[in-house]
Design a protein around this ligand. Structure first.
Ligand code: MN
Length: 251
């Protein structure tokens, strides 16, 4: 029997908070559980990737993984793409950006398949030199609502899938789909060698990207496939199986 695939998950950070009732003043790394379960249901092992300094290099961690998923969470810091935050609540998480960009480049160098979810999709763009709308609703003309705190992952919109794209190969015969939407940042200028795979209808927000480099698998989706159970929505398992097939082939 072959051993299960090892899928690294980039961590979310709780930065030191003197008001927190546990681990006062300490840094915590965490993952959202349904992402872990989504991977586990396909018999792959999700592993939270620590931020280590000194003894073990990111490269050593990556060499022990078969693929890497960049998870959702806090905003990208505008400082990571050369801007000042327009509002202090849009300042994002610069420390996490640094940790993930290092991880991204090591995973890319090692040829590990990469999947980016929501923030992860944005992080791929910024790691490759792209920029973001700090707030889609106020900065992108004609943008519809892409996040509603009250209904959270119940908010959905349609996307147009680019014909003959990698994403269209994952969903054969479809030129549209319904996805959840829990983001207020969005890709503005696209990063180097990235190709748009899908845009929102009707407001043309970039909702999926693919890195056009030979022998690399880097896919970003602006939605959260791990939370899509609604039968109307694009089947999240198609994306995971496509990713895991690439992982199996490359490992
Ligand atoms: Mn959206």
């Amino acid at each position: 029997m072959t051993s299960p695939l090892r899928i690294g998950i980039s961590a979310n950070f709780f930065h030191p908070d003197p008001a927190r009732p546990v681990y006062k003043g300490k840094t915590l790394l965490y993952a959202e559980e349904s992402l872990l379960h989504w991977i586990g249901r396909s018999r792959a092992v999700p592993l939270l990737i620590p931020r280590l300094t000194g003894f073990v290099k990111t490269r050593d961690i990556v060499s022990n993984l078969d693929g890497v998923i960049f998870s959702g969470g806090a905003d990208i810091s505008p400082h990571s793409y050369g801007e000042e935050p327009l509002r202090k609540e849009w300042a994002g998480d610069y420390d996490r950006d640094q940790y993930e960009m290092d991880l991204f480049h090591e995973a890319l160098d090692a040829g590990k398949p990469i999947l980016g979810i929501c923030r992860g999709h944005q992080m791929i763009n910024v790691a490759l030199g792209g920029t973001m709308y700090q707030d889609t609703a106020t900065q992108k003309d004609g943008a519809h609502i892409h996040r509603n705190w009250e209904i959270y992952d119940e908010l959905k919109h349609e996307i147009a899938i680019v014909p003959h794209s990698i994403l269209s190969g994952i969903f054969p015969g479809r030129d549209k789909g319904l996805v959840n939407s829990i983001h207020h940042q969005a890709i503005k200028d696209i990063g180097k060698s990235l190709i748009v795979q899908a845009t929102s209808i009707p407001d043309n927000v970039i909702e999926s990207v693919w890195l056009d480099l030979p022998s690399q698998y880097v896919l970003g989706v602006q939605w959260h496939p791990e939370w899509q159970r609604d039968v109307e929505m694009m089947n999240s398992d198609y994306i995971l199986q496509h990713f895991l097939t690439a992982v199996r082939t490359s490992s």
